[in-house]
Design a protein around this ligand. Structure first.
Ligand code: SAH
Ligand code: SF4
Ligand code: F3S
Length: 459
C-alpha cells in the first residue's frame, strides 16, 4: 500500500486499519459496508486481523439477549488488546449502542466512543473527533429530516448489492426492540432509487439487488409511492437481472405487490415472509395485525400469482404464556404453509418493549423444548418438499468453489434462494459469478447436489 497521508482540518491521517465486527441483520452488514466506504476518506482500509487494527468498531444488534451478550463478551476481550496498544481506538455502533451507549461507555473503560444507527453517515466526523483528542463521547441523535436521501456505497466486487429503500419501523410488535433502535419509518423516493440502481448496474457491474428495510412493504407511504411501483420501475433497467426485497411484514402485503410477483421478469422466485406464530391469540398479543388465515391467504395468492415462488418465514416460540394449544397451532401452520425453510427463535424479553411487562409463567425449559421440537418438525416438512424436487431444473448464481476431500464443488445460490452444489466436469473452468441452470440430483435438509446443464456465462 502506498504510504500517503491524508490531511483533514488540522489533523494528518496516515494509512490506518479498521477491524469491524458486525452482529445482526443484513441492514447492519450493509451499514458496516457503508461505514467502511466512508472511512476510506480518512485513510482507513479494512483488515480481517483484529490484532493489526488501529480502530476496532463493533456494529451491534439488540434483537435478542444472546446478540447483546456476544457483543459484550467480544468488547471485553478488546481490553487486553488496548492494554498492549494504548493507541488503539475502540468504538461501538448499531442497535445496542443506540439505546445503551452511555451505559456502555461507563461500564467499559476501554470503549472510546459510541454512536447510534441514524448517524452512521457521520462516521468520518466521529472518528475525526476521536483523533482530535475527544474521548468517551456518545451520539444517538435521530435524523429529523423529512426525506431520506442517500447514495448506495459498496466496497466489494460481487455482482450483488443491498440497496436501502426505507429505514425504521412503525409497527411496534410487542416483543420487538427494532422500533426503538431504528426509529420511525422514512422512505427514499423512487426516482432517487432508480438513478442509484442504474449507476450501480452501469458503473459497478451490479446484476442483483436486494431492496432493504425493516418493513419494506410500507415503503413510500409518505410520498404516495409503493414497493410494487418501485419494482415496476426497476424492471425496466436492462442489465439488472434479479430483484429481492426484505424484510416483509404480512400486514402490508398489498394485492398490487402480490400481482407483481407474477408480472415482474426480475423478481426472485423467493419471498421471506415472517409469520411469528400460527395462533391468532398469540398474534394478537404480539400486535402483529394479521391473523393466521390472512397470512395463509397471502401465501395462496402469491402461489397463484407465481406457482414457482418459494416461501420461508420466521417463528418465535415461547412468547409469554404461550399455551400448548397455541404452540400446536404454530406446528399446524408449518404443515399448511409448506415453507422451504424457517428461522425459529426462542422468545427473548427485551427491556422497554410492551411484552417485557407481561408476567410470564411459561417455564424456560418448556420454551427450549418447544424450539427444538419445532425445528425438528419443520425439518421433516422441508425434507418432504425437497425430495419432491429431484429432477427439477433451477437457475442460480455461482458464488464460490469449495474443495472437500480433494473434490472441488461450486456453490450456487438459486433465484429461489436454495443452495445447490455441483461438481464441474472440468475442474479448471472458473465458474465464479456465472449464471447456470442445474438439474437437482439429490437433497439434504439444507442443500442440494446438482448437475450443471447450462452455463449462461458471467453475469
Ligand atoms: N423487520 C423484520 C424482523 C426483524 S427481526 C420483520 O418484521 O420481519 C428478525 C426476527 O427476529 C423476527 O422476525 C423475529 O422472528 C425475531 N425476533 C424479533 N424480536 C425477538 C425477540 N424479542 N425474541 C425472539 N425473537 C425475536
Ligand atoms: Fe420488529 Fe415488527 Fe418492526 Fe419487524 S415489523 S422490525 S418484528 S416491530
Ligand atoms: Fe439487530 Fe438492529 Fe438488525 S436489533 S436485527 S441489528 S435492526
Amino acid at each position: 500500500m502506498e504510504n500517503i497521508n491524508i490531511v483533514k482540518g488540522d489533523i494528518t491521517f496516515p494509512p490506518r486499519k479498521v477491524w469491524f465486527k458486525t452482529f445482526g441483520c443484513q441492514m447492519n452488514y450493509h451499514d458496516t459496508e457503508r461505514m467502511l466506504a466512508l472511512l476510506t476518506g480518512l485513510n482507513f482500509t479494512k483488515t480481517e486481523l483484529r490484532e493489526e487494527a488501529d480502530l476496532v468498531l463493533f456494529n451491534t444488534c439488540a434483537i435478542r439477549g444472546l446478540a447483546n451478550e456476544k457483543f459484550y463478551s467480544q468488547l471485553g476481550e478488546i481490553k487486553h488488546l488496548k492494554a498492549k496498544n494504548p493507541a488503539l481506538a475502540v468504538g461501538a455502533a448499531g442497535c445496542v449502542s443506540q439505546i445503551e451507549g452511555n451505559e456502555l461507555l461507563k461500564k467499559y473503560k476501554h470503549l472510546d466512543f459510541a454512536f447510534g444507527t441514524d448517524v452512521i453517515d457521520q462516521i468520518s466526523e466521529i472518528v475525526y473527533r476521536f483523533y482530535a483528542g475527544e474521548s468517551k463521547f456518545f451520539i444517538n441523535a435521530w435524523d429529523k429530516s423529512s426525506n431520506y436521501s442517500i447514495e448506495t456505497k459498496i466496497t466489494h466486487n460481487d455482482p450483488r448489492a443491498f440497496v436501502n429503500i426505507i429505514k425504521g419501523c412503525n409497527n411496534f410488535c410487542t416483543y420487538c426492540i427494532v422500533p426503538f433502535t431504528r426509529g420511525r419509518e422514512i422512505s427514499r423516493k423512487i426516482k432517487e432509487i432508480v438513478e442509484d440502481v442504474k449507476k450501480l448496474v452501469n458503473e459497478q457491474g451490479i446484476r442483483e439487488i436486494t431492496l432493504l428495510g425493516q418493513n419494506v412493504n410500507s415503503f413510500g407511504k409518505e410520498n404516495d409511492e409503493s414497493i410494487a411501483q418501485l419494482i415496476h420501475q426497476l424492471d425496466k433497467i436492462d442489465e439488472l437481472k434479479l430483484i429481492r426485497y426484505t424484510s416483509s411484514h404480512p400486514y402490508n402485503v398489498s394485492d398490487e405487490l402480490i400481482k407483481t410477483h407474477g408480472s415482474s421478469k426480475k423478481l426472485a422466485l423467493h419471498l421471506h415472509l415472517p409469520v411469528q406464530s400460527g395462533s391468532d391469540s398469540v398474534l394478537t398479543r404480539m400486535k402483529r395485525r394479521h391473523t393466521r388465515q390472512h397470512y395463509l391467504d397471502i401465501l395462496k395468492k402469491l402461489r397463484e400469482a407465481n406457482p414457482e415462488i418459494v416461501l420461508s418465514s420466521d417463528i418465535i416460540v415461547g412468547f409469554p404464556n404461550e399455551t400448548e394449544e397455541e404452540y400446536q397451532d404454530t406446528l399446524r401452520l408449518l404443515d399448511e404453509a409448506k415453507f422451504d425453510f424457517i428461522y425459529a427463535y426462542k422468545y427473548s424479553s427485551r427491556p422497554g418493549t410492551k411484552a417485557a411487562d407481561i408476567e410470564d409463567s411459561l417455564p424456560e425449559e418448556v420454551k427450549k423444548k418447544r424450539l427444538v421440537d419445532l425445528q425438528k418438525y419443520q425439518l421433516d416438512v422441508q425434507t418432504v418438499i425437497r425430495q419432491g424436487l429431484i429432477g427439477k431444473i433451477v437457475s442460480g448464481l455461482v458464488e464460490e468453489a469449495r474443495t472437500k476431500d480433494g473434490v472441488k464443488k461450486w456453490v450456487v445460490r438459486t433465484s429461489c434462494f436454495r443452495i445447490v452444489h455441483f461438481e464441474p466436469e472440468n475442474p479448471e473452468v472458473d465458474y465464479k459469478f456465472h449464471w447456470v441452470d442445474l438439474e437437482l440430483l439429490s437433497a439434504t435438509q439444507l442443500s442440494f447436489q446438482g448437475k450443471m446443464v447450462k452455463d449462461h456465462g458471467k453475469w
